[in-house]
Design a protein around this ligand. Structure first.
Ligand code: SAM
Ligand code: SF4
Length: 332
């Protein structure tokens, strides 16, 4: 079986594919407040194209797929996408990242279609703060979605929390205490300056070391744990708790070192690195496996060692431009 390595010998066996750029929220860290013009339908990968892309990747050693967006549950065929991707020979693990608004309705069908894992974005437990961060969302819909999913025995449920100074950074301990009786992994994610001006971003960025300080002040005893297949997050568990918490610190700590992922945008471009503009259109290559493989290898050959995300343009070592895409157009 062929395998995909980049020039730094990192094995790439994980694909994150965005199946839509559309979203029913406008989260402050992800989209501009006026929203974004969404792609016309024919610019977005069709179900058959998604399945063919994943089939090609599986032939290149990929065995893990995450479906993302925009909001993936907005696609009316999302259950069929999951079923068909899970059925691809070689694909062992299929997960979705969702804002959870439609989860109560769709979780059972997704589980039935073979979905293994769920990541649900929930940055706060406070309805008014949720409405503010998401620019209009109703937290009760997400909480219903989480409650429904919890009864369905997915392999893992994770909650994604982007910490934003002055908005939800006072809820770190509430999230950690939530793992006392709930078997979830809550993951604090550093706010990344993608599609945001560097200056605005700096005011709202919170480095995740503060999570340890808060635990210590609260007298919570925690220890590192190993969660299989957990990518860039460092995980911990408070003694006696059922669930766990994780830290994803793309800015303040190592994140790229063991990067094993390739991202596919909703319009069919490979982004080997989340941050840089460099991308290759693989949509037009999907029915010619050799051309497809060459395109993927070219993307990997150009993949940098690090994203250098928070460095001022003048300090950059890499001579490339940051991506023009907002996070909702990449998939996170
Ligand atoms: N709509 C789905 C959701 O919100 O879960 C999936 C797409 S969203 C782009 C994927 C993940 O990216 C979410 O967990 C979101 O919190 C995260 N994200 C978006 N913008 C971010 C940013 N600037 N920094 C860090 N994480 C971000
Ligand atoms: Fe939509 Fe997800 Fe971006 Fe929020 S984070 S605007 S839910 S794509």
């Amino acid at each position: 079986m062929e395998k995909l390595y980049d020039q730094y010998d990192r094995l790439h066996d994980y694909v994150r594919i965005s199946i839509t750029d559309r979203c029913n929220l406008r989260c402050v860290y992800c989209m501009p407040k006026e929203g974004l013009p969404f792609f016309p339908t024919d610019r977005v990968l069709s179900q058959d194209e998604i399945v063919q892309l994943i089939t090609n990747f599986a032939r290149l050693g990929v065995h893990k797929v995450r479906i993302t967006g925009g909001e993936p549950l907005l696609r009316t065929d999302v259950v069929d996408v999951v079923r068909r991707v899970k059925a691809v020979d070689g694909i062992e693990d299929v997960s979705i990242t969702t804002n959870g608004l439609f989860l109560a309705k769709k979780a059972a069908a997704l589980k039935d279609a073979g979905l293994d894992r769920l990541n649900i974005s929930l940055d706060t437990f406070k309805p008014d703060v949720y409405k503010k961060i998401t620019r209009g969302g109703n937290i009760n819909q997400v909480l219903d979605g989480i409650a429904t999913a919890a009864k369905l025995h997915f392999k893992k449920i994770k909650l994604n929390i982007v910490l934003i100074r002055g908005q939800n950074d006072d809820e770190v301990l509430d999230f950690i205490r939530y793992t006392k009786d709930n078997d979830v992994n809550v993951r604090f994610i550093e706010f990344m300056p993608i599609g945001n001006s560097l200056e605005d971003w700096k005011e709202e960025y919170v480095a995740l070391d503060s999570v340890f300080d808060l635990c210590q002040q609260a007298g919570l005893k925690y220890h590192p744990i190993d969660l299989a297949g957990n990518g860039p997050s460092d995980n911990y568990q408070v003694e006696g708790y059922t669930g766990s918490f994780g830290l994803i610190h793309p800015i303040s700590s190592k994140f790229c070192e063991n990067c094993n992922r390739l991202r596919i945008t909703a319009d069919g471009y490979i982004k080997a690195c989340l941050y840089w503009n460099e991308e290759i259109n693989v949509r037009k290559l999907i029915y010619d496996f050799d051309a497809f493989k060459a395109g993927v290898k070219r993307a990997l050959d150009n993949k940098p060692l690090n994203h250098e995300m928070a460095m001022k343009t003048t300090d950059r070592i890499i001579d490339k431009a940051p991506t023009w895409r907002h996070m909702s157009q990449i998939g996170g």
